[in-house]
Write a protein of this length. Structure first.
Length: 192
C-alpha cells in the first residue's frame, strides 16, 4: 500500500487528538526513509549522529504535529524539512564544512545475495565508490540527490524542503548527477 498525503494528515490529526497508534503507524511508514536520509546527509564520518538526529526529528514531528498544515505541504516534505534542519543544526554545532569519505561499514551494509566471492568484493568496492562519490558532493547537491533518490521526493517537494525555487532544486540535482557520472566514469555509470 502506497501512503497518501490525506492519510498521513489524518494520522497526524489523530495523534494530536491523543490516539497513540496513529503516530506509531506514521512512524512505521516513514522511519526507514527518514533515517536513511539523515545517514546519507551526515556521511560515514558522522553516521552515529544519524540515530540521535532521527530521534530528534520524530520528537519534533510529535511536538509540532498540531502545526502541520496539509494545505501547505505533504507530510513527507514536512518531515524531511524537519530532518534537514536537524542535520544543519548538527553541522553548525560541530562546525563541519566538509564531510569525510564513506566508511567501510556503510558500503558493507549493501546487501548482495547470490553472488560469488569475487563479485561480492567487486560489488562492495563499487558501493564504496558510489557512497564516497555521493558524500563528496557539495552539501546542497547531496541533499537534493538523496531526497530524490532515497526519499523519493519530487522536484517540487525537494524545493519546498530546501527552501529554494524548483529550478534551483532541478539544477542541484542535475549538477549532482553530472558530478557523480564524472566521478564514476570508470565504473558502471548507468547507475547514476
Amino acid at each position: 500500500m502506497e501512503p497518501d498525503d490525506a492519510d498521513d494528515a489524518e494520522l497526524l490529526r489523530a495523534h494530536v487528538a491523543g490516539e497513540p497508534q496513529a503516530f506509531a503507524r506514521l512512524y512505521d511508514r516513514y522511519d526507514r526513509a527518514s533515517f536513511l536520509f539523515l545517514r546519507r546527509i551526515l556521511g560515514g564520518a558522522q553516521g552515529d549522529a544519524a540515530e540521535d538526529l532521527h530521534q530528534e526529528t520524530w520528537i519534533a514531528v510529535s511536538r509540532n504535529a498540531a502545526a502541520f498544515d496539509p494545505a501547505r505541504s505533504g507530510f513527507p516534505a514536512w518531515l524531511f524539512t524537519i530532518a534537514r534542519r536537524k542535520a544543519w543544526d548538527h553541522f553548525r554545532r560541530q562546525k563541519v564544512a566538509v564531510l569525510a569519505a564513506a566508511s567501510d561499514e556503510a558500503a558493507m551494509s549493501v546487501p548482495d545475495p547470490g553472488q560469488n566471492p569475487l563479485e561480492q568484493v567487486q560489488s562492495r568496492e563499487l558501493a564504496q565508490e558510489i557512497v564516497a562519490a555521493v558524500e563528496a558532493l557539495p552539501m546542497e547537491q547531496r541533499g537534493a540527490f538523496v531526497l530524490f533518490t532515497q526519499a523519493g521526493l519530487s522536484l517540487e517537494e525537494i524545493a519546498e524542503v530546501t527552501g529554494v525555487a524548483v529550478e534551483t532544486a532541478k539544477s542541484r540535482l542535475r549538477y549532482a548527477r553530472a558530478k557523480l557520472r564524472q566521478s564514476l566514469a570508470g565504473e558502471r555509470s548507468a547507475y547514476v
